[in-house]
Design a protein around this ligand. Structure first.
Ligand SMILES: [Mn+2]
Length: 332
């Protein structure tokens, strides 16, 4: 097992000095990524938000939202313990520079690139959504000349040219990724959009570039499973998928701890099921969970949900690696 253990084996979740995800071993040296399947990486930055700050505290809160004592998590819906199947480590945080978005994004791009170069799949804990530009960009750079498609869960389309006149914002990462050629618009599928932002011109821009999106209204009409059928079908032909999960796609009742909440979103159950299914049926080359802002959280509701989204993703990837169907723990 690569890395340094951060706890004694019998410690419960609330004990111990180590604060890695699921008490996973800590790896800080890229040479120690050999043989690692998935590396958890923190991107603790919120300098690019347009409303309430606080997502810089997201990675720490997501790591600590844990009721188990370590990496033993048999998923009862899939019948797999991801940590038995995958070698997973916590690769620490990007070396962010407070108040310097450009330097912070360079650091995020570098650390995600290191994970990819080491042969591991990065799961990035945000951080505001501006980090999608460097983290998706790093994965896209790594898989070249193959392409990467993006499944993007969010209340907001994040496709604006600028927000309050600012180009490097948490509302612009998709525009930046498409314009620089990291992702083609036709390889982007968005889920859960709703509310009053962005403007029709931004949607028109996205339409012209072949973006597909499923409004929350469509989810209400057709149901989440039917919409996810379409998402899986759209993503399967891609060379690689990046799964971008903005926690504000969930209803603020399920995810109050976020900077720009938008009422009327998907439930925690729908979110967990969607991520589990995508990881299992499509697989991914990278993932991020962004916009968890602990200062607005209540009873760690949002942090726990984000933590479990990562566990569902790992469980789905593990089942995919085993190449078998789910074996749910049903009674007879
Ligand atoms: Mn977003």
């Amino acid at each position: 097992m690569p890395g340094v253990p951060v706890s004694r084996p019998s410690e419960p979740a609330y004990a111990g000095a180590g604060a890695t995800f699921a008490k996973l071993p800590l790896v800080l040296d890229p040479n120690d990524l050999t043989g690692v399947d998935v590396a958890i990486v923190g991107a603790p930055t919120d300098d690019a938000v347009s409303y309430r700050p606080g997502a810089r505290f997201g990675p720490r809160a997501i790591r600590l939202a844990d009721v188990g004592g370590g990496p033993h998590r048999p998923n009862m819906d899939l019948g797999v313990n991801p940590f038995d199947v995958l070698t997973v480590v916590d690769y620490g945080d990007a070396e962010v520079v407070p108040a310097d978005k450009e330097a912070t994004h360079r650091a995020i791009r570098a650390i995600v690139g290191e994970v990819c170069a080491g042969g591991a799949v990065p799961i990035v804990l945000g951080g505001d959504h501006s980090i999608a530009h460097p983290d998706v960009g790093a994965v896209a750079e790594h898989v070249k000349p193959e392409g990467v498609g993006l499944v993007h869960f969010d209340a907001h389309a994040d496709n604006a040219a600028e927000v309050f006149g600012v180009r490097l914002s948490h509302g612009t990462p998709l525009r930046l990724l498409v314009e620089e050629g990291s992702v083609r618009g036709e390889d982007i599928v968005q889920v859960g959009l709703r509310g009053y932002w962005p403007d029709p011109e931004e949607f028109e821009w996205a339409r012209r570039r072949g973006f597909r999106w499923h409004l929350m209204e469509e989810i209400s009409e057709r149901g989440m499973d039917a919409v996810m059928d379409d998402v899986v079908e759209a993503a399967r032909p891609w060379d690689h998928m990046f799964l971008s999960f903005d926690i504000d796609v969930c209803d603020p009742g399920f995810a109050p701890g976020t900077g720009t909440p938008e009422p009327g979103g998907i439930t925690a159950r729908e979110a967990l099921r969607a991520v589990r299914r995508l990881a299992w049926q499509v697989g991914f080359a990278g993932m991020e969970v962004v916009e968890v802002a602990p200062p607005y959280d209540q009873s760690e509701i949002t942090a726990f949900l984000a933590n479990r989204l990562v566990l569902e993703a790992l469980s789905g990837l593990a089942l995919r690696k085993l190449g078998r169907e789910p074996r749910p723990e049903r009674s007879l």
